[in-house]
Design a protein around this ligand. Structure first.
Ligand SMILES: [Zn+2]
Ligand SMILES: [Zn+2]
Length: 171
């Protein structure tokens, strides 16, 4: 992973009164869910603070970037802003499956933490537009671009089954 989101903590660990300002930009690859992702070359921004606490290094930050995806209704490209606020603890001896992140000696690397948080925020049902009209289920026409003639021809299956029945005429 890139070193864009790493910072030294030697001074922080020595002097708990220091609050380190974080203002970082970088790229992290392979952040994706089924229908949306963050491009490998997309810039991820992180602004926040890091401070030394009893257990380790506490990081409070706002992370922002852009997601790309495929609209689940019309299959066109979709995109949007992604923002997440995090408060995460980095411990020198973090449990492998614990809630905190490990750091090694004098350097904290935020990449894994950023990746985890952004994955959780990626849209599972991305839309090109919240009013997207999708594709016609019969002819495949993208209904955002043009309409089709199918709507008039489609008969509700229930009425279709009734259409063959002859009702006795009242006399
Ligand atoms: Zn769409
Ligand atoms: Zn159609």
């Amino acid at each position: 992973m890139s070193r864009d989101f790493s910072f030294g903590v030697t001074k922080l660990l020595r002097d708990p009164a220091i609050v380190k300002q974080l203002d970082m930009q970088g790229q992290i690859s392979e952040i994706f869910v089924t229908s949306s992702w963050i491009a490998d070359n997309e810039i991820i921004n992180l602004e926040g603070v890091a401070e030394s606490v009893h257990e380790g290094i506490l990081v409070k930050a706002n992370i922002s970037t852009k997601w790309l995806g495929e609209c689940v209704r019309c299959l066109s490209p979709a995109s949007g802003d992604l923002k997440v606020s995090v408060i995460e603890l980095f411990e020198e001896k973090a449990e492998p499956e614990g809630d905190t992140y490990p750091f090694d000696g004098d350097v904290v690397d935020l990449s894994e933490m950023i990746k985890d948080n952004l994955v959780l925020e990626l849209p599972l049902v991305p839309l090109c537009n919240k009013d997207c009209r999708g594709l016609c289920q019969h002819c495949g026409q993208n209904l955002n671009l043009a309409s089709c003639d199918c709507v008039d021809k489609v008969i509700d299956p229930i009425w279709e089954s009734l259409s063959g029945i002859e009702f006795p005429e009242e006399t």
